[in-house]
Design a binder for this molecule. Structure first.
Ligand code: DX5
Ligand code: ZN
Length: 224
C-alpha cells in the first residue's frame, strides 16, 4: 500500500496543527518530522518539544527523521515526546546495528536512512533488523530541492533484495517528490512517500496531498 508522509519542514510553523490537519484530510497517513542539528546537515530545525506538541494534535504516527550526529543520545527523548517511527542515518552511526537495536528497544519502528552518495550495499547487514529503509533522493538539509534520479535504481535494487531474502522492511523515499517524480519511485518499489514542498509549498495542502496520492496510486497499476 502506498502511504503519503507529508513533511512539516515546508509547513507554516505558526499554524502547524492546521497544516497537519489539512494534509491528513488529503490522505496523509504519517507525519514526517525532520530533525536537523546543524552538524550532520547544514541546517537546524526542531527537537523533542515540537514532537510533543504535534503528538497532542494528531493521531497519525510521527515519523521522525534524525539528521543529527550521535542519534543514540536523543532516541529516548524523541520516544518520550511521542515519536512512533525513528530513522537514523547510516552515515551518522559508527555502530549502526547497536543504534538500530536501541531504537527497537525503545518501542519505536526503526528505520535506516542513506544519503544519495551512499550505496545500498552498506545496509546489507542490517536489512533483517529494520522496519523501513529511507532512501534520500536529495542531499538532506533543506526542503524544495531537485530530485536526484540515482535514487530510483537504489529503490529498485532494495526491493529486489527484499524479495530475494524474504524480508519485510518497507521502502520510504524522501526529497524532491512531486507530481513529476512520484510515478517513477513508486514503479521502482517505494511505498512511503515523503513530500514537503509538494504538499505545503503553495496552494491547499489537502488538495496537493490528494493529487500526489492519486498520481502515486495510478503508478502502482503500471508497476512492472
Ligand atoms: C530534507 C528532508 C525532507 C524534506 C523534503 O533533508 O529530509 O524530508 O522535507 O522536502 P521536499 O519534499 O520539499 O524535497
Ligand atoms: Zn526527511
Amino acid at each position: 500500500m502506498i502511504e503519503l508522509a507529508p513533511s512539516i519542514l515546508s509547513a507554516d510553523f505558526a499554524h502547524l496543527a492546521d497544516q497537519v490537519r489539512a494534509a491528513t484530510e488529503g490522505g496523509g497517513t504519517l507525519v514526517h518530522v525532520d530533525i536537523m542539528d546543524g552538524h550532520f546537515v547544514p541546517n537546524i530545525t526542531i527537537g523533542p518539544p515540537v514532537v510533543k506538541s504535534l503528538r497532542r494534535v494528531t493521531a497519525l504516527p510521527l515519523d521522525c527523521h534524525l539528521m543529527i550526529e550521535n542519534p543514540d543520545q536523543y532516541i529516548a527523548d524523541f520516544v518520550e515526546a511521542g515519536a512512533d517511527w525513528i530513522s537514523v542515518h547510516q552515515e551518522a552511526c559508527r555502530h549502526l546495528n547497536r543504534t538500530l537495536q536501541h531504537v527497537k528497544e525503545s518501542g519505536a519502528q526503526a528505520g535506516v536512512v542513506i544519503n544519495p552518495a551512499t550505496p545500498i550495499e552498506t545496509l546489507v547487514e542490517v536489512l533483517d533488523i529494520v522496519d523501513y529503509v529511507l532512501v534520500m533522493s536529495v542531499n538532506p538539509g533543506f526542503g524544495g530541492q531537485k530530485f536526484i534520479p540515482g535514487a530510483v535504481h537504489k529503490i529498485r535494487r532494495l526491493s529486489e533484495m527484499r524479495a530475494s531474502r524474504r524480508l519485510q522492511f518497507r521502502i520510504e523515499v524522501d526529497g524532491g517528490i512531486g507530481l513529476d517524480t512520484v510515478a517513477e519511485v513508486v514503479r521502482a518499489g517505494a511505498e512511503i512517500l515523503v513530500a514537503g514542498n509538494a504538499v505545503f509549498g503553495k496552494g491547499d495542502p489537502k488538495v496537493n496531498a490528494q493529487k500526489l496520492l492519486k498520481t502515486a496510486t495510478e503508478a502502482t497499476l503500471q508497476k512492472v
